[in-house]
Design a binder for this molecule. Structure first.
Ligand SMILES: *[C@@H]1O[C@H](CO)[C@@H](O)[C@H](O)[C@H]1NC(C)=O
Length: 288
């Protein structure tokens, strides 16, 4: 094959790979998200920056226009600075209905200088109770950091600045439902949860510090978008697609990073809370 026909062939193949999923480099927030509540407290600036704020009368939130069934989704967040005790910034994927699926990041604020807690959970078919919580190895209010969800048919990986912090594997073979049939939207909200968030509710929100503001930028999604029941990745998203992320797994280096985070920064793991599960741990805990 001559050089030019090889390069034509690869251009052709690339075109198909590209067609398969919606790939966005730092998308325009105006095209991707709607501010859904908060009466003006959520704002999109120039399409590049989104801010949510919270004061005594209300928080605010946004959601994605698209619904996704699998994706690799990155967002940069800068959390409420200073005394953020009592505030919660939730950033998550969720489907609808009573048997919903959900993949959660929640950032629980704290007094100035005290650490945020990054709370994670996975719901499948309406059932969650799979919390893992972490401290971060940096101050999440000083700058933007990237929080990512890789969701493919085999696994869900939560990452922070490219470092995996949690993996939830598909354990359907041992009877654990896995989110893979219900399209989800991205949601985020900033709200007051001073009844539980900071030191279990001991520290209340200091409203003299309001409004509290969290910021978002550089949204990027390599994802299968579902519209009118069809996936942009092809008929059966769970089997199709040329996208590497659809079968991505942790390589050795990433596996070691995950273990480093879990050893040094994880402060709660449902899979080791024996008081909570006196009859034995959930089945997925045995393979984690
Ligand atoms: C807040 O700071 C206290 C004291 O360092 C710590 O125990 C707690 O885990 C921190 N985070 C939250 C959200 O309570």
């Amino acid at each position: 094959m001559s050089f030019s026909s090889t390069s034509k062939l690869s251009t052709f193949l690339l075109f198909f790979i590209f067609l398969g999923s919606i790939s966005i480099v730092s998308a325009d927030f105006n095209n991707e998200f709607d501010i859904t509540w908060g009466d003006g407290r959520g704002k999109i600036l120039n399409g590049e920056l989104l801010t949510l704020s919270l004061d005594k009368s209300s928080g605010s939130g946004f959601e994605s226009r698209n619904e996704y069934l699998f994706g690799k989704i990155d967002m940069q967040l800068k959390l409420v600075p200073g005394n953020s005790a009592g505030t919660v910034t939730a950033y998550y994927l969720s489907s609808k209905g009573s048997n919903w699926d959900e993949i959660d990041f929640e950032f629980l604020g704290n007094l100035s200088g005290d650490p945020y807690i990054l709370h994670t959970n996975v719901f499948s078919q309406g059932k969650g109770n799979r919390e893992q919580q972490f401290y971060l190895w940096f101050d999440p209010t000083a700058d933007f950091h990237t929080y990512s969800i890789l969701w493919n048919p085999q696994r869900i990986i939560f990452s922070v600045d490219g470092t995996p912090i949690r993996e939830f594997k598909n354990s359907e073979s041992i009877g654990v439902p896995f989110p893979k049939n219900q399209p989800m939207r991205i949601h985020s909200s900033l709200w007051n949860a001073d009844d539980w968030a900071t030191r279990g509710g001991l520290i209340k929100t200091d409203w003299s510090q309001a409004p509290f503001t969290a910021s978002y930028r550089n949204f990027r999604a390599d994802a299968c978008v579902v519209s009118s029941g069809k996936s942009s990745c092809g008929g059966s998203a769970s089997s199709g697609g040329n996208q590497a992320w659809l079968s991505e797994e942790l390589d050795n280096t990433k596996q070691e990073r995950l273990e480093w985070v879990q050893k040094n920064y994880m402060i709660y793991n449902y899979c080791s809370d024996s008081k909570r599960f006196p009859q034995g741990f959930p089945p997925e805990c045995k393979i984690a």
